[in-house]
Each structure stands twice: as structure tokens, then as C-alpha cells.
Design a protein around this ligand. Structure first.
Ligand code: ADP
Ligand code: MG
Length: 946
């Protein structure tokens, strides 16, 4: 800030106390007038650089001396200059005459040489800067007419920038300091004449009212033009208009410009950011407005070119109309009174007395920073005007203002911002609505589609339900028929069971009879043997006796020969001769006795041979009886199988029916399988009848059916047919065996495995089929099934099939090679009595046939069963199972014991004990006898027993 001539900035003055100097200046700082209303609602804050009491700001007053004009020069010698300036001490000396001289101190003293620029910088620039910061400001020129007020304040200097007055320079300063993006500057240019406010920019507007805000006390002039300015050209243009209008108005009103007050109001609005620019502000300030609220600093700069001050004293004296003089005086007089009151700190300030004081209300004793230029002329001619002007300045220097910053919410920016946000939100809402609409349309579409498909589904479901209902009815009737058939089948079964019981009874009778026969035969045999043994013992005793006689005779003969030798030596020849005769006689007797004994022995031997022959024939008869019995037992077993098969089929058939009735709806199958089931229901006879009608090829073709149920039933039919001797060979010839074996190999179905194994077991009853089954790998397939299943029924049937094959000695080697024996033994894991019964039967069959072949000399070596571990199992389990199973195991054991090549294995496996047990405890005679025979005939066994 250019303070050149000692014009101190407001704050430094405050810091150093009230201005000093003569003229009655008061050192006491005047507090802001409490009667003045606060300029709220805008936020007011004190000048940031004043701190503490620094908001008090005295009115600055500078004095400017006009250079002498022609008039002054004309009066030169008469009226010398009454003014003497002391710029360095900022003092002015006013000489009344040669003796009286008064000195006044001002804030600045400008000599006649002071430039417009310097005056601006010292007087106006601090105020303009304050206005740019948001405070109100006033720059005013006061002085007698012709002393240079208009020159100082209003000079345009369009062509000569050095001539420009405060108005132009202030606007120039503001325009260069503000931002056109955020800030705005506008001016109103008014003239106050005869207490009437006239718009100099629009002279039609006169009598513009002065309105005071009741709350804030702020003054406004509604109706006055406010023209926003953008550049200096515009400023010149407007000020020229104003000047022209002021001149025209004055001409029209027949007056002078010096009678009117010209007021230029510069309205400045700047955007404000509290945090950035004024971070030192108190928390209270932050509490008033939120941080994001746009704020504006609104300030006003009043540049006032007052009417000539001489009128106060000289009004009326120069012939003006009383009214006019009165009004001109009114404003200036009021201003003088207000200044006086303020300077004297009077409780009443008569601000309302004139329009000028109302307009300048904020400039003196208000919130504005105010500077006053007091213009004077040098001539002593106007001493009294100059003196009163100086006194006005002196009083004005005592006026203290309280400058305050006014910030307002920038509602316009806020409105625009909110409007922008509302626009954005509206467009976003529209976008969302559109999206929702689209989504809704898509959902509607989907819903329609879903409804359509749901309707279709319901229709289809209804049709399906109807079909299922129909099927259910059909199946129910089929089940009824089947139940009826089942009942019939049960009846037939009962018949069969009765037949079996009868047959068993027959067999038992037969068995008892045979046992009786055997007992009697054995008794005869034993008795005969005992007799023969006795005879033989007698003969042996006789033979011993003879041998003893013979040795005594030999002893006697040697004695006699000794005697003879002795006699010969004693020459008694006659006696010797006689003794020789005796000796010859005795020798002859002995020889004849020996001869007779030899004859007797040969007789005994031939007799023994006859007895042995008899024994052998008896044994053969027993053997035949056993075979016959075995046949009968097999037959009973077969009958039992077929009965249990039928029972199983009964349950499976009904199960199958129920299952096929669960809605699969294969009508073709129902009718086809119905036929087959009908065939099944009538037992063998009926089966044969239907079989005749359907024909074996057709039945066998069904074995290859793709329908599992059909396949199962076809296998059942074939199994039933295969139980009949007459069908067994034919089924094989027609390819039935191939189909069955293929099923065993390929099917994964347990039922198929079970019924097929049954069918194969039936076919394996036939001797000529057995070879075919083995050649086609039947044993291997059965072994495979046995290894894969745990179903006791399947295992029982597989074991049965292998057991049948065991009864053919020609197939033994192949059966062993194909794993048949191992599979048979492996099935004991089932633990099921019926399965184990079949296993035992198979082993017994095998051992018996093998024993026969070996005894006939067709084969040699140890049993094939031993190699596969059968012997060990038999020894360990012979008495663990039912009687019939135990009987089979015992028989098998006895047969194995007949083969001398098995001796070592039997001994090693602890079989001797078993053999002894069978020989003593077995309920079967044949087993006991066979065990005894083995024990007696085998020296190794005899040794072990001992
Ligand atoms: P006022 O407005 O006080 O009645 P003016 O500004 O009209 O006085 O000045 C009267 C005359 O004096 C004008 O011709 C003006 O050019 C001249 N004048 C005033 N002050 C100065 C100055 N400081 N330097 C040169 N001329 C001046
Ligand atoms: Mg003037």
C-alpha cells in the first residue's frame, strides 16, 4: 500500500491508538454505535487483520490543495494564500491574518502538485482493497465549489490515464482484481438534488425511494438501475452517460452540478470459501454455515461527489430559490450534524434527517471503511469556507466505524447447484424407471411363457394321469388273475409236497429194510468168518503140533544115529542093522504124516478162497444198494429244488408283476409276460402243454429278449422244462444251453444268475449234457457267478449244478482245471445250510466216482479234491452240519481213504481220527464198513492207529 505521505493503514492506526494532533482530536477510540442494527442476516465478521478491537476503524481524512487558478492569480496581490502545507508532518497551517495561524493535522496532506494517481493510492486504494475483501467502503469528496472535488473523484481521463479520478481508477482496480467466472461487479449512478434521488443511468427514474431493511438496517434504492460491468470501456461509457445526464438535468432544472450530490454505488459480489481463505475464523463461523454451502461476499463501494460546502453558509445569499437552498442545505447540514454528533459521541445521531445522511448511514459510524478528501483552494478570499471545510474534516476524523465482513449464502449458485443435482436425479430416476419398465416387460413376457408351459404341462400331466389310471386298472386285474393263479400253484405245490413226503417215507422204509438186510447179511458174514477163523486156528495149532512132533522125531533120529555110530564102533553090526531098519520105519511114518498135513492145509486154503468170493459178492450187493439209495435221494433233492424254485418264482413273479405295474405301461410286455406266467402257473404238465403250443424255439428266443422281465420268465420256463428228463437233451440241441451260458456270462442281474444257474443245474442232471456243458465252459461260468454273488439261492443252484457235474468221472480233470472244485469249496463262505448240503453232495459224488475209476485202474495218483483243499475242509467240518451233509462228507472221506495214494494226505491232515470216528460212530453202515475196510487194508493206517 502506498502510504507515501504518512497515510497509515487503518489497522496500524488502531494499533497505535487514536490519531494524534491538534484540532481537538480525541485520543479515545470510539466504540461502534450500539444503536446501529447489525447488518445480518448475512454473516458479519470483523476485519481479519484487525484482531481484538481492530474492528474499530476511524474515518480517514486527507486534504487536497487545488493549484491556483486564473481567478486566484488575478486576485493574487490582494488575497495571498492563506494555506501552508507541511506534508512531512501531515499538517496544514491556516493563516487568518498575519498574527493568527492555526495548524491542523490530517491523515494526509496533498499539495497542489499531488498527482491523481497518488491521491487514489493513498485515499481510495485501501478502501477499494477492503471492498475487494468484502467490506463496505466509502470515498467522499468534500469542499467548496471549484476546489476540485469532481476533479479528484469524477474525472474520466479517457485519453490521458494520468488524469483519471477515483471513480475510474477504483473500477479499473476492481476489474483487474476480480474473477469474471465467480465474481460480479455492477454500478448504480445517482444524483441527489432537492432531496430527490435521480438515476443518472436512466434519468427518467426520479424520486427513487430509499428503503431501509427493518432487520438489518441495510439501505437500498429499489428502482435504481444496477448495470453489471465487464470492462473499462463499459465503465467509461456508463460514467459518460451519467455525466451527460447530470449536466442535462442540471441545465433543465436551471441549476449547477455543484448543487447536487453525485453518488456512484459499486456493487461487488465475490464467491467465498471459508476454509481456504479464512482458516483462522472462529468455530462459531463454521457453525453458522456448513462447509459445502456456497457463500458470497457482498460489498458496496460508495464514491460520493458532494455538492459545494459553501452553500451551507451562503445559501439564499446568491439569489436561489428558498426551497432549493433549504434542500441543498438540509442534506449537507444533516451530514455536518451527524458528523458532529458522531465526533462528540453523542447518544443521538440524526441520520434520518436527510436523504444524504440516510444513504451515507453506513459510511459514518457504520460498518464501512471510509476515506474523505477535503478539497480546499489556496486563496484567502475564501478563508472562512476553507476554515469551515477544514473543521468539517477535523471532525470527520473523529468518527470511528466498525467494519464488518458480510457473507451471504449464494442462493443463486446454490439454486443452480441444487437445480443441476435435481436434473441429474431426475434423469437418473427416468433411467431407472425405464429400466424397471423394461424389466417388468421382460418379466411379464416370462410369466406369460411360464403360464403357457405350465398349462401345457398340466394338460400332459392330466393325460398321463388318465393313462396311468387305466394302466393301474389293467394291472390290478392282472394282479388279481395272478393271485388266482398263485393260489392254484400253491395247491399244486402242496400236492407235490405230499408226493415228496410219500417218496421220503418210501425211501425211509426202503432204507430200514436195507439196513435190516445188511445187518442179517453182515451177521451171517461175520459168523461164517468167525467159524473159518476158528477152523484155521485149529489147523494152525495142528500144524504146530506136527511141527513139534517132527522136531522131536528129528532129535530121536539124531540120537539113534549117534547110537548107531557108537554100535558100529563097538562092532555090533547086527544091532546096527536092526537100528537101521527102525530108523527107516520111523522116517517113513514121519513122511506120511507130513504129507497128510499138507493135504489138509491145501483144503483149508481152497475153503478160504470160497469164503472170500462170497464176501466179495456180498460187498458188491451192498454197493449196488447204496447206489440205488443215492439215486433215490438225488430224486428227492431234485423234487425239493423244483418245489423251492416254484416257491421262489411265486414270490418273484408277484414282485415282478407289481413292479411292472408301477406305471411303466408296457402293454405289449404285459400281454406277452402274461402268457408266460399263465404257462408257469399250470405246473409242469401245463408247462408242457403250453410248451407244445408255443414251441421250444420261441421260448428259447425269449431268452434273448431285451426286456429283463421277459428274459427272467423265459429262463424260468426253460428251467422248469429242463427238470424233465425228456426235455434236457432237446433244450441243449436247440441252443438253449448256449443262450443260458451266454446269460450267465453277460448278465449282471442277480435273478437271471439264479434262475439260469437252476436251469443249467437241471440240464446237468443229464449224463450226455454234462460233457457239453463242460466243453462250453459251463463250469468256468458257474465258478464266475459263484465268486460274484452272495445270494444263497443262487449259490445253492450253482453248487447244485457243479455237484451234478461232479458225478461224471470223465469230466473230473476238466472240472478241476476250470475251477469248478475251488468254486464249490469257495461257496462254503455262504454258511447257508442248503448251499453247504449241495457242496457236500458234489464232493461225495466226486470222491465216489474218482474212487471207482482208481479201483478199476483207469487212473492213478492222489485225489484231485485234495489238491484243491477239499480234504482239509472235510476233516475240519465233517460234523458241523446237518445229518445229510455230514453223511455226504463221511462217505466222501471213506472213498478218499480207499485210494492208497491219498494215505499220506489223510494222515497229515489228521484224517485217521476221523476215519476211526466214522468206523465207530457213523450212523450209516456203509460208511462204517468202508472206513473199517480202509483202516484194515492199509498197513500205514494200521500203524497210525497203533
Ligand atoms: P468543484 O467540483 O469542487 O466545484 P472542480 O473539480 O469543478 O471543482 O474544479 C474547478 C476547476 O479547477 C476545474 O477547471 C478543474 O480542472 C480545476 N482543478 C481543480 N483541482 C485541480 C487540480 N488539483 N489540478 C489542476 N486543476 C484543478
Ligand atoms: Mg463539482
Amino acid at each position: 500500500m502506498a502510504t507515501g505521505g504518512g497515510w497509515a493503514p487503518a489497522r496500524s492506526v488502531e494499533r497505535h491508538g487514536a490519531p494524534r494532533g491538534g484540532g481537538g482530536t480525541r485520543s479515545k477510540s470510539v466504540a461502534p454505535c450500539p444503536r446501529r442494527p447489525s447488518p445480518s442476516p448475512a454473516r458479519s465478521r470483523p476485519a481479519p487483520d484487525n484482531g481484538g478491537s481492530a474492528d474499530s476503524c476511524r474515518v480517514r481524512v486527507a486534504i487536497r490543495l487545488r493549484p491556483k487558478n486564473s481567478e486566484d492569480l488575478a486576485y493574487g496581490s490582494d488575497f495571498d494564500s492563506c494555506v501552508e502545507l507541511q506534508p512531512e508532518s501531515k499538517r496544514l497551517k491556516l493563516k487568518k491574518n498575519n498574527w493568527i495561524c492555526e495548524s491542523y493535522k490530517f491523515d494526509e496532506v496533498f499539495s497542489e502538485n499531488a498527482s491523481q494517481k497518488r491521491v487514489y493510492e493513498v485515499v481510495a486504494k485501501p478502501v477499494v482493497e477492503s471492498v475487494l475483501e468484502g467490506y463496505n467502503g466509502t470515498v467522499m469528496a468534500y469542499g467548496q465549489t471549484g476546489t476540485g472535488k469532481t476533479y479528484t473523484v469524477g474525472r474520466l481521463g479517457k485519453d490521458d490515464p494520468s488524469e483519471r479520478g477515483i471513480m475510474v481508477r477504483a473500477l479499473e482496480h476492481i476489474l483487474s482484481s476480480m474473477s469474471f467466472e465467480t465474481d460480479r461487479v455492477a454500478i448504480s449512478y445517482l444524483q441527489l438534488y432537492l432531496e430527490s434521488v435521480q438515476d443518472l443511468l436512466d434519468p427518467e427514474k426520479t424520486n427513487i425511494p430509499i428503503v431501509e431493511d427493518a432487520k438489518t438496517g441495510e439501505i437500498s434504492l429499489p428502482g435504481a438501475s444496477i448495470v453489471e460491468i465487464k470492462d473499462l470501456e463499459h465503465v467509461f461509457h456508463l460514467l459518460q452517460i451519467g455525466e451527460a445526464n447530470r449536466h442535462a438535468a442540471n441545465t433543465k432544472m436551471n441549476t449547477e452540478s455543484s448543487r447536487s450530490h453525485a453518488i456512484l454505488i459499486i456493487h461487488l459480489q465475490r464467491s467465498s470459501r471459508i476454509k481456504e481463505e479464512n482458516s483462522s475464523l472462529s468455530n462459531d463461523t463454521h457453525d453458522i454455515f456448513p462447509d459445502d454451502l456456497p457463500l458470497v461476499l457482498k460489498s458496496k463501494l460508495l464514491i460520493v461527489d458532494l455538492a459545494g460546502s459553501e452553500r451551507i453558509d451562503k445559501s439564499g445569499s446568491e439569489g436561489h430559490m428558498i426551497e432549493e437552498a433549504k434542500f441543498i442545505n438540509l442534506s449537507l447540514t444533516s451530514l455536518g450534524k451527524c458528523i458532529n454528533a458522531l465526533a462528540e459521541n453523542s447518544p443521538h445521531i440524526p441520520t434520518r434527517d436527510s436523504k444524504l445522511t440516510r444513504i451515507l448511514r453506513d459510511s459514518f459510524g457504520g460498518t464501512a471503511r471510509t476515506s474523505l478528501v477535503v478539497t480546499i483552494g489556496p486563496s484567502s478570499r475564501h478563508y472562512s469556507e476553507t476554515s469551515s471545510t477544514i473543521m468539517f474534516g477535523q471532525r470527520a476524523m473523529k468518527v470511528v466505524n466498525t467494519i464488518k465482513l458480510k457473507e451471504e449464502v449464494d442462493y443463486e449458485t446454490l439454486y443452480k447447484k441444487v437445480e443441476r443435482e435435481v436434473d441429474q436425479l431426475t434423469s437418473e430416476m427416468e433411467r431407472q424407471q425405464k429400466l424397471m419398465k423394461n424389466e417388468k416387460m421382460q418379466l411379464d413376457k416370462k410369466l406369460k411363457e411360464s403360464e403357457g408351459s405350465f398349462h401345457d404341462l398340466r394338460m400332459t400331466s392330466n393325460i398321463r394321469i388318465e393313462n396311468l389310471e387305466k394302466e393301474k386298472c389293467q394291472l390290478e386285474s392282472a394282479v388279481k388273475t395272478l393271485m388266482r393263479d398263485l393260489e392254484e400253484e400253491r395247491g399244486q405245490n402242496n400236492l407235490l409236497s405230499e408226493q415228496i413226503a410219500e417218496l421220503e417215507k418210501l425211501v425211509n422204509e426202503n432204507k430200514q429194510q436195507q439196513q435190516l438186510e445188511n445187518l442179517s447179511r453182515m451177521k451171517i458174514f461175520t459168523d461164517t468168518t468167525k467159524e473159518h477163523e476158528k477152523e484155521m486156528e485149529e489147523l494152525l495149532r495142528q500144524l504146530q503140533e506136527e511141527r513139534r512132533c517132527s522136531s522131536s522125531l528129528k532129535d530121536r533120529m539124531s540120537v539113534l544115529q549117534q547110537e548107531l555110530c557108537d554100535a558100529q564102533s563097538s562092532t555090533q553090526e547086527s544091532m546096527a542093522h536092526e537100528l537101521e531098519k527102525k530108523l527107516t520105519k520111523v522116517t517113513e511114518e514121519f513122511t506120511s504124516q507130513v504129507q497128510s498135513l499138507k493135504e489138509k492145509i491145501s483144503e483149508l486154503i481152497s475153503e478160504k478162497e470160497v469164503i472170500y468170493e462170497e464176501l466179495k459178492s456180498t460187498q458188491e450187493k451192498v454197493q449196488q444198494e447204496m447206489l440205488h439209495r443215492q439215486g433215490l435221494e438225488d430224486q428227492i433233492l431234485r423234487l425239493k429244488w423244483s418245489t423251492s424254485d416254484i416257491c421262489a418264482e411265486e414270490s418273484k413273479t408277484s414282485y415282478g408283476m407289481v413292479r411292472s405295474g408301477s406305471g411303466l405301461g408296457n402293454a405289449a410286455f404285459v400281454s406277452k409276460s402274461g402268457k408266460i406266467r399263465e404257462a408257469l402257473s399250470g405246473q409242469r404238465g401245463t408247462i408242457s402243454k403250453i410248451f407244445e403250443e408255443v414251441g421250444l424255439p420261441n421260448v428259447l428266443a425269449l431268452l434273448k429278449s431285451e426286456d429283463l422281465d421277459v428274459q427272467i420268465h423265459a429262463v424260468k420256463v426253460v428251467a422248469n422244462l429242463a427238470a424233465e428228463d425228456i426235455n434236457q437233451e432237446r433244450i441243449v440241441e436247440e441252443g438253449g444251453l448256449d443262450a443260458l451260458l451266454s446269460l450267465l456270462e453277460t448278465s449282471e442281474n442277480t435273478t437271471i444268475h439264479r434262475v439260469t444257474a437252476g436251469a443249467v443245474a437241471n440240464l446237468a442232471m443229464n449224463g450226455s449234457n454234462q460233457g457239453v456243458i463242460m466243453n462250453k465252459g459251463g463250469a468256468r461260468l458257474l465258478a464266475n457267478v459263484a465268486s460274484k454273488t452272495e445270494d444263497p439261492q443262487t449259490l445253492r443252484l450253482v453248487a447244485g449244478a457243479i455237484a451234478n457235474l461232479c458225478g461224471n468221472e470223465k469230466l473230473h480233470l476238466m472240472l478241476k482245471r476250470d475251477g469248478g472244485i475251488k468254486a464249490l469249496l469257495g461257496m462254503v463262505r455262504s454258511g447257508h445250510a442248503e448251499v453247504i448240503a449241495q457242496i457236500a453232495r458234489g464232493i461225495a459224488n466226486f470222491a465216489k466216482c474218482e474212487s471207482r475209476v482208481i479201483s478199476q485202474g483207469h487212473r492213478k495218483g492222489r485225489s484231485l479234491l485234495i489238491e484243491d483243499g477239499v480234504l482239509t475242509w472235510m476233516v475240519a467240518n465233517s460234523t458241523r452240519f446237518s445229518h445229510s451233509t455230514t453223511r455226504h462228507i463221511e462217505l466222501a472221506f471213506c472213498h478218499l481213504a480207499q485210494n492208497e495214494d491219498n494215505t499220506c494226505d489223510i494222515i497229515a491232515s489228521g484224517g485217521i481220527k476221523e476215519l476211526l470216528r466214522i468206523s465207530r460212530e457213523s450212523p450209516r453202515d456203509d460208511a462204517r464198513n468202508l472206513a473199517k475196510m480202509a483202516l484194515d487194508s492199509n498197513p500205514a493206517f494200521l500203524r497210525e492207529v497203533q
